[in-house]
Design a protein around this ligand. Structure first.
Ligand SMILES: [Zn+2]
Length: 280
């Protein structure tokens, strides 16, 4: 059965001397495919099989892996390949989106549209400071949590339902996968939690609510980025089963830039008033 699918290349691996195996994110889930001869310099499939390329793939599906017959590149996301930081973030973005997508053809369009929007933004971003890329990563993590239904409430206490954002600080309780208000944390001292300022809860909630195709300004302070990185990665690994290897690679790169010191869990953590999220 031959068909056309619009897809983004999540992973591209050499296979034998001249072939490439692909993990594709289509508009209906993730799909493995073999592009025969794609590594040959003259191959017309070559450009479409690069990491993060968006293309219309003509595929034939049989019992095993699909075969790519033709491909027409829609966007190669060239800018992503021009910087190591961007490429590392892109790999992480692809892994997250891929992990959230059911196998083809049982998936929905959301993961595809989300990844497409984020890669386009990453590609176009001329400023590659780690903080800007880190803010985008937090945005994607929040969206992925919602996509797979593993998002905690950012507005209300997971125990008593109190509003969280008006509180000076609340706690993320890993063992419950929820944010708890001060009063509940005091009542349940046995629970281990990470302190999160109420102002940061407002930022997470804003990121959760803005549609991903309408993201305007997104600026987070380094402190907020690091704090959210810990919280969101824990939530993703413990409650969505998503803990991609590329996240570790990213950490290594950030460490080499000295960007990986943990935020302290005490009350000195604040958002420094530098956080801003809005729709376009
Ligand atoms: Zn409470």
């Amino acid at each position: 059965m031959q068909q056309n699918v619009t897809a983004i290349v999540l992973r591209s691996r050499p296979y034998g001397e001249s072939h490439t195996t692909l993990q594709l994110l289509t508009e209906a889930g993730s799909l493995s495919a073999m592009a025969r001869g794609a590594k040959k310099p003259q191959s017309r499939l070559r450009a479409a099989t690069a990491m993060c390329a968006k293309a219309v793939f003509t595929i034939r599906r049989g019992s095993g892996m699909a075969t790519v017959l033709q491909a027409e590149v829609l966007d190669s996301h060239r800018g992503i390949h021009e910087s190591l930081d961007k490429a590392a973030y892109a790999a992480y973005f692809c892994d997250l989106a891929g992990a959230a997508a059911p196998p083809y053809p049982d998936g929905g369009r959301d993961a595809f549209v989300l990844l497409d929007a984020l890669l386009t933004r990453l590609d176009a971003d001329t400023q590659t400071e780690i903080d800007r890329l880190g803010a985008l990563a937090r945005f994607l993590e929040i969206k992925i949590l919602r996509l797979v239904g593993a998002n905690p409430s950012y507005e209300f206490c997971g125990e008593c339902g109190n509003a969280l954002m008006e509180q000076p600080s609340v706690g993320y309780v890993v063992s419950r996968g929820a944010f708890f208000c001060r009063q509940c944390l005091l009542k349940l001292p046995i629970l281990r939690s990470m302190e999160v300022p109420g102002k940061v809860m407002q930022v997470i909630d804003a990121m959760d609510k803005v549609p991903y195709t309408q993201l305007g300004q997104l600026r987070l302070s380094p402190v907020t980025i690091r704090l959210l990185r810990q919280v969101l990665r824990l939530q993703l690994s413990e409650y969505a089963g998503i803990s991609p290897k590329s996240g570790k690679v990213l950490e290594e790169i950030l460490r080499s830039f000295g960007e990986w010191d943990s935020p302290s869990g005490d009350s000195s953590v604040d958002a420094r008033g530098g956080d801003e999220v809005n729709g376009s």
